[in-house]
Design a protein around this ligand. Structure first.
Ligand code: PLP
Length: 335
């Protein structure tokens, strides 16, 4: 694994902290729970997409691009982080936002991440739910190119082999921190969506011959589709990094039991997880990803999936600005 071979634009405040959550650990009475704070990567309120953008934007600049084009749901954290990076580097940014959730809620449509996208000067185009969003950005990119700009297309979530390099780099960062702390990590748990985070971690840990096992908690697709998507991207990322030791078929594990009604649809477990982390640790999760990921971890601990001597690291992938888009849900009882 030679990450120095790839163009990279440094954007993250890294290494992000790796810290024990003592009050959450005590409240659940299970394994020791640690948190890798990738909500604190820094740029544009932080989150996991800045990790991927270091390599994506490195590639964009190497190719002479002057306009980032990407897509996501209305409350996309990825779009917010891309827009912030574009602003910092003086690049134009266009985001195509999908009305993936049917709602007239004013906060969802106008606050949280989409409010920040507008403040960042990102041009926004909307598409109805169910649109082929990759095709949509290709169309927008072709239009921008015909107008004389040099667009660089970033897939949803920044999840391709280039973006996943960001999480191969985190695998190295985390293994180094654990070694310094003398910490044996038994499980690394995080929310998985567009697959790049888990794929980069699994590819990076594989390249390092690390025994750390990763569990993705799904937020959208059913388990077979999610595991297949991630595995495909693990193999593409490993090949891209020149790691030729084969990736076993069972290298990827996802648990998709905590999606609830669908992508971005709140669940009682998510609400409980968001409140627990706020009240026990002063840490904000998000309603779409890390809240459901933590809901999964809490439920698995309650079901006895881990023993008390084990060390579980939860990767906090960010997204708390999305909470403001869900103000109505959190304000209406649901305690
Ligand atoms: C995008 C995102 C994820 C999921 O990461 P993927 O690489 O898309 O699987 C998790 N948490 C937050 C807060 C995100 O914005």
């Amino acid at each position: 694994m030679n990450l120095a071979a790839f163009p990279r634009t440094r954007l993250c405040q890294a290494p992000t902290p790796l810290e024990l959550l003592p009050r959450l650990t005590e409240a659940l009475g299970g394994p020791r729970i640690w948190m890798k704070r990738d909500d604190l990567t820094g740029m544009g309120l932080g989150g996991n997409k800045v990790r991927k953008l270091e390599f994506l934007v490195g590639d964009a600049l190497a190719r002479g691009a002057d306009h980032l084009v990407t897509q996501g749901a209305v409350q996309s954290n990825h779009v917010r982080q891309t827009a912030a990076v574009a602003a910092k580097l003086g690049l134009a940014c266009t985001a195509v936002l999908e009305h993936r959730i049917e709602t007239n809620d004013a906060a969802y449509l106008g606050s949280g991440n989409v409010l920040l996208d507008r403040l960042l000067g990102c041009a926004i185009e909307y598409r109805p739910g169910g649109t082929d969003m990759q095709a949509a950005i290709e169309e927008v990119g072709a239009r921008l190119a015909s107008e004389g700009t040099k667009p660089y297309l970033i897939p949803g979530g920044g999840s391709n082999a280039t973006g996943a390099l960001g999480y191969a780099a985190v695998a190295l960062e985390l293994v180094t921190q654990a070694n310094e702390l003398g910490l044996r990590i038994d499980r690394l748990v995080h929310a998985t969506g567009s697959a790049g985070t888990q794929a980069g971690l699994v590819a990076g840990l594989h390249a390092l011959s690390s025994p750390v096992r990763v569990l993705g908690i799904g937020v959208r697709a059913p388990k077979p589709a999610q595991e297949a998507n991630v595995l495909r991207l693990v193999r593409a990322t490993a090949a891209f990094m020149g790691v030729d030791r084969p990736i076993p078929d069972d290298a990827v594990e996802a648990n998709c039991d905590y999606v609830g009604g669908g992508y971005g649809q709140p669940t009682p477990g998510m609400a409980e997880a968001v409140r627990m982390l706020a009240r026990l640790e002063g840490i904000f999760l998000d309603p779409v990803y890390s809240g459901k990921g933590m809901a999964g971890l809490i439920d698995l601990i309650r079901r006895g999936a881990f023993s008390t001597g084990e060390n579980v690291v939860f990767l906090h992938t960010g997204g708390s600005s999305g909470l403001f888009g869900y103000a109505e849900f959190f304000n209406e009882a649901h305690e």
